[in-house]
Design a protein around this ligand. Structure first.
Ligand code: SF4
Length: 375
């Protein structure tokens, strides 16, 4: 049972936030029910088999915005290639991005790389154990800091992700809109109130695991839920009312054009995207993200290629977080207007070499169409 000054301050804080305080008995029952359930039902996942703060860090970053089933292979490959902070810090960014290829949201890989350099430079190559210090590392926000501190260092730090928001909203019948800051504060305060001093990492993982496997968004399996008898959302008869579903942000449509240009030796022209913004630093066939075919022709003319003829060889669609992009793929016959002045961000690569550079998932689709066309 936890009763101390810090706990009393937190309860006062919860009252100020107008959310229900949790009695000690209910809190203890919730914690023990969830941790016991987790002991019996936790999925076997590769990052759970190792007690390594670095592995927890890598897995938590990969799991942001990506499903567990997809992450498993990536995690195993990553740990074979970069088994520790030092090996990641010494790696070339291009190699890091190439290994991340297909996971999307490449900023996460860039942050891991930068973070590893900082851990080597400022923490002697060892991840620090407190949430406060962890949050100084690039790409580690409150969620990841809480996950590393609680799972790898047994610190009673809370964590809140989409699964935790759903489970806590239902357990306490909180009619919250999770995207709103004030409501996020409420959920964080509740998670902090609940996280125990003993086995905080397992408790945090039990909440996330329950959200991922039992208390799912559309069809919570309340009949097998270990905390059903303490769940206010279940008691209302409509647990899926909690939390309130956020309205989706507007998705913008974009028409992109990509050029397939092959030199007499069979090499294909690629360019690197700018260092910031969408798909920063990744390689692609020369493209315009949103515009007309003429914009692409102009772009090629600037480097000395005059597009004399082009043929549309296919079209692919790709959904980024807020952009629905349709990419028309053009096979260009080009003549040089004199000196070909490739920009420093462009290069010729072989088709085999394309597999070794970091290319976005959208461009892999373009590559497939181009390969099928060329035969
Ligand atoms: Fe979720 Fe149902 Fe369990 Fe409540 S009883 S936490 S709604 S699965």
């Amino acid at each position: 049972m936890r009763r101390n000054v810090r706990g009393d301050e937190r309860r006062l804080h919860l009252l100020q936030l107008k959310i229900p305080t949790i009695g000690d008995t209910r809190r203890d029952v919730l914690i023990s029910s969830l941790v016991s359930w987790f002991d019996l039902n936790a999925r076997e996942l590769p990052w759970r088999a190792v007690e390594d703060p670095y592995a927890v860090w890598v897995s938590e970053i990969m799991l942001q915005q990506t499903q567990v089933s997809t992450v498993i292979d990536y995690f195993e490959r990553w740990m074979q290639t970069f088994p520790d902070v030092d090996s990641l810090a010494c790696a070339e960014l291009d190699d890091v991005l190439a290994l991340w290829q297909g996971l999307g949201y490449y900023r996460r890989a860039r942050y891991l790389h930068r973070g590893a350099k900082m851990v080597v430079d400022e923490f002697d190559g060892r991840l620090p154990g407190t949430g406060k210090e962890l949050k100084r590392i690039p790409g580690i926000g409150p969620y990841t800091a809480g996950a590393i501190a609680s799972i790898a260092f047994d610190e009673p730090e809370p964590i809140v992700d989409g699964n935790v928001i759903r489970v806590l909203s239902r357990l306490f019948a909180l009619d919250v809109q999770p995207k709103e800051r004030a409501h996020q504060k409420v959920i964080w305060a509740l998670a902090e109130e609940l996280v125990p001093d003993s086995r905080p990492g397992d408790f945090n993982q039990s909440l996330m695991e329950l959200g991922a496997t039992v208390c799912t968004p559309q069809n919570p399996n309340c009949l097998v839920c270990p905390v059903q008898s303490h769940c206010e959302g279940f008691a209302t008869g409509e647990p899926t009312r909690f939390p309130r579903v956020a309205r989706r942000g507007k998705v913008r449509k974009a028409s992109a054009h990509a050029a397939i240009i092959i030199d007499p030796q069979g090499m294909v022209l690629v360019e690197q995207r700018p260092a910031s913004g969408l798909l920063a630093g990744l390689w692609q066939f020369p493209s315009v993200d949103d515009g007309e075919l003429d914009d692409l022709r102009d772009k090629l003319a600037v480097i000395g290629f005059e597009a004399s003829d082009q043929e549309a060889i296919g079209e692919v669609s790709h959904r980024f977080s807020h952009i629905d992009m349709t990419i028309t793929i053009w096979r260009f016959e080009v003549a040089t207007t004199g000196v070909v002045n490739l920009e420093s961000t462009m290069q010729w690569v072989s088709w085999e070499g394309l597999g070794e550079i970091a290319v976005s998932a959208a461009m892999r689709k373009v590559e497939e169409v181009a390969r099928a066309h060329i035969g």
